[in-house]
Design a protein around this ligand. Structure first.
Ligand code: ZN
Ligand code: ZN
Length: 297
């Protein structure tokens, strides 16, 4: 099953990213401002994340098979690492350009049209950001909401850069331009680092964050009526999927079908609470209780 609406969102995200990138590059050509150039290069990060999202959505729709029984979820991490390298190159390019402008000062072109083009790109980004927020909230997709939040910080920082270049042109203090560019460069480096470290975490089967683990434990505790306890809860993240496994201790003489009903109840509740959750439960008789796990409420 291909979530077609999500795929459309991912496709439009790529298109918006490319459009904004082109507009911002044109604004750089019109003003000669390295700060605006770095702002343009920053949109590469968005194009790149949009492409990863698209690949992830496409691959998530592919069914698992006999050779890849856990599906294609981890494939997106490979593209993310390659993208991290691209982002690193973009940042280095910005530092080099800023440095050159720092030693050989060049006056900025007083092109208000150039600033307007950059501002228009910001408006396009901002509008798309709202669409992402709304769709993310409606489909309860934390990934989409995170994308929207990332885009929002971009819109804000781009507005800051635009204002800085405006001030630099008005005041004639052209040194402001490479300084702004370098700041944007640092920000791009930071996003690249986060992208790569998240991907490495995914490849290493990193656990869910503490607050999500607590939510999972709570869901198990309130839905396991009839069982005695749950223990050895382990989680791992793989692409948009979250794997949860644990042991469920039940009275030794409980019929298998009753124990299975409890498992189904927990599984349904977890599916409501965690997006893309895959659950595996190992049922044990009471003499296996550790009295140290999740006590059933
Ligand atoms: Zn056990
Ligand atoms: Zn079953």
């Amino acid at each position: 099953m291909i979530p077609s609406r999500t795929l459309t969102i991912a496709l439009v995200s790529v298109a918006v990213g490319v459009l904004v990138l082109v507009l911002k590059y044109v604004a750089y050509l019109m003003t000669g401002s390295v700060a605006l150039l770095s702002d343009a290069l920053e949109s590469i990060v968005n194009v790149v994340t949009a492409i990863t999202t698209m690949i992830a959505v496409y691959l998530a729709a592919k069914p698992a098979n006999a050779t890849l029984p856990y599906g294609y979820d981890k494939a997106e991490y490979f593209s993310a690492v390659i993208e991290g390298v691209f982002i690193l190159v973009a940042a280095l390019l910005i530092f080099q350009q800023a440095w050159m402008r720092f030693i050989v000062e060049a006056p900025l072109e007083a092109s208000m049209e150039g600033l307007l083009v950059n501002g228009f790109a910001g408006v396009v980004n901002g509008a798309w950001c709202l669409v992402l927020f709304r769709h993310g909230r409606k489909t309860r997709s934390p990934a989409l909401v995170a994308d929207a939040r990332h885009l929002l910080t971009d819109v804000v920082s781009s507005a800051g850069v635009l204002f800085g270049v405006f001030v630099a042109i008005l005041s004639g203090i052209s040194i402001l331009d490479p300084i702004l560019a370098a700041i944007v460069g640092v920000n791009i480096l930071w996003s690249g680092y986060k992208l790569v470290s998240e991907s490495v975490g995914g490849l290493m089967d990193v656990a869910v964050p503490e607050d999500q683990l607590n939510r999972i434990r709570d869901v198990i505790a309130v839905n396991a009526e009839g069982a005695i306890e749950a223990h050895d809860v382990r989680t791992r993240q793989s692409g948009r999927k979250t794997y949860v496994e644990f042991h469920l201790v039940v009275p030794g003489d409980m019929p298998v079908s009753d124990a299975h009903d409890i498992c189904d109840r927990i599984e349904n509740a977890l599916r409501d609470a965690v997006e893309g959750v895959m659950i595996s439960i190992h049922v044990e008789p009471e003499n296996k209780a550790k009295h140290a796990g999740i006590v059933v409420l």
